[in-house]
Design a protein around this ligand. Structure first.
Ligand code: HAM
Length: 421
């Protein structure tokens, strides 16, 4: 018989890790609400052209990594590889701009990219992210960066590095691209094949190639910061002033370009030394032209997205995921047939009162039931036998202390409540 296995680059979240995901996601929801961002979900697949136009034909994501397929109606669809283009599509389609001029949105979502799997690089992975649509003001760039860092700090993460850059706008990029091409041209044949392909259409992407030869060749490349137009320069300087005011440390990285084509002005990445070669935990930036590119009205926008698997890897490395036990609060053990029905009634009463409660469903011996209660690190075991039935009370065993007392039915819930904190 075939033994089915999960596909390369995908993960099962097993019961022992379930609570870690819940806790991290709860923290994300909580902080996003505090910053006044609203939760959104979009479909798992979209028209392929949304991503091709939005992210850019020449990007690795669109040219090599998308899970695209033709449906039975002959349409080309794609499992979403990122969330920014779908959020803009939904924003335009649902006219969210008509309801308020600044829309602050967030998401937690699975995404799909057919990359070569390695530690921290998956084919199905998860991101949380935020997008602020409607303001060109650098204060919102600073808020977006601050929001990402606040979530990390509330989860206890340390030693993160924030790098920022400005990739300018189409006005200052045209002369800069020419200058850059003039610098690269004499050595073009020595660059990797990806860089050679990018030379004509997107030479700036050559700057953040990870190939060692390309990196060496790029050492003295002209810097975008020296070529920004006045408006972009002011925006970039203001962002730095705002980050200083917020006491956020950052490095200026002239070679930070990012792998998606929609960025204008601000780009940033947050990295962790506790990740391997895939060290980016978060990436983002401003993308003021994307809404128009997707057929909508001009909309200034900025956002970020963070990989949740990478976040969990850093937390694991930094010892932040230790000893989160899912303890059972109450385990009920009936002794004899008569107790069975009353025990079942109490099972639901206790659950309705909010206690994590369970009982045996396998007709195990009392001894085996006690073993099960131990295995689940249960706090209280309630035993109901003939004597208890007669006296309308439970024998309550404190599993941590190995002590036993009697508690009358009517006092049980308040007793458990006051002993659960
Ligand atoms: P991105 O840099 O492609 O940006 O992805 C953001 C983050 O998602 C990365 O820093 C990484 O933590 C995680 N990530 C990406 N690919 C993988 C993968 N194959 N396996 C595991 N984790 C991965 C974007 O997606 C943009 N939409 C971000 C953005 C939002 N820009 C503006 N708004």
């Amino acid at each position: 018989m075939t033994q089915y296995r999960r596909l390369k680059g995908t993960h099962d979240v097993l019961p022992e890790d379930g609570l870690k995901w819940i806790k991290v996601e709860n923290e994300i929801h909580q902080l996003m609400q505090v910053y006044n961002y609203n939760y959104m979900r979009t479909p798992i697949f979209e028209k392929t052209s949304l991503f091709a136009r939005g992210i850019g034909q020449l990007t690795d994501i669109v040219s090599k990594e998308m899970y695209s397929f033709t449906d039975r109606g002959g349409k080309s669809l794609t499992l979403k590889p990122e969330m920014t283009a779908p959020i803009i599509r939904a924003y335009l389609e649902n006219k969210l701009y008509a309801q308020q001029s600044l829309n602050k949105l967030y998401y937690i979502s699975p995404l799909f990219r057919q990359e070569n799997p390695q530690a921290g690089r998956l084919r199905q992975f998860h991101q949380f992210g935020a997008e602020a649509l409607g303001s060109p003001n650098p204060t919102i760039d600073a808020e977006i960066i601050n929001l990402a860092l606040s979530i990390y700090s509330s989860l206890g993460l340390k030693n993160l590095t924030l790098k920022i850059n400005s990739v300018g706008d189409p006005i200052c990029r045209i002369p800069y691209k020419k200058t850059l091409q003039e610098y690269i041209q004499p050595n073009l044949a020595k660059y990797c094949s990806d860089c050679q392909k990018r030379f004509d259409e997107n030479p700036m992407r050559i700057l953040d190639c990870k190939n060692e030869t390309c990196k060496t060749l790029n050492k003295d490349a002209p810097k975008i910061s020296a070529h920004l137009c006045d408006d972009c320069k002011i925006h970039y300087t203001q962002l730095q002033i705002l980050l200083d005011q917020l006491n956020i440390k950052y490095e200026l990285d002239n070679n930070l370009v990012r792998g998606l084509d929609y960025y204008t002005r601000t780009v940033f990445e947050i990295t962790s030394m506790d990740l391997g070669s895939q060290n980016a935990i978060c990436g983002g930036g401003r993308y003021d032209l994307l809404a128009e590119e997707l057929g909508g009205q001009p909309t200034a926008a900025v956002g970020f997205a963070s990989g949740i698997e990478r976040l969990l890897m850093v937390m694991e490395k930094q010892g932040l995921l230790l000893s989160e036990e899912e303890r059972l609060q109450v385990f009920l053990i009936p002794v004899g047939e008569a107790a069975q029905q009353i025990i079942t009634e109490w099972l639901y009463k206790l659950r309705n009162a909010g206690f994590r409660t369970d009982m045996d469903y396998l007709k195990r011996s009392i001894k085996a039931q006690m073993r099960e209660a131990h295995r689940q690190k249960t706090r209280f075991v309630l035993i109901l036998g003939d004597d208890e039935l007669k006296n309308k009370n439970f024998s309550l065993k404190f599993m941590d202390k190995n002590e036993q007392i009697s508690v009358p039915y009517e006092q049980l819930i308040s007793f458990l409540k006051s002993n659960s904190e």
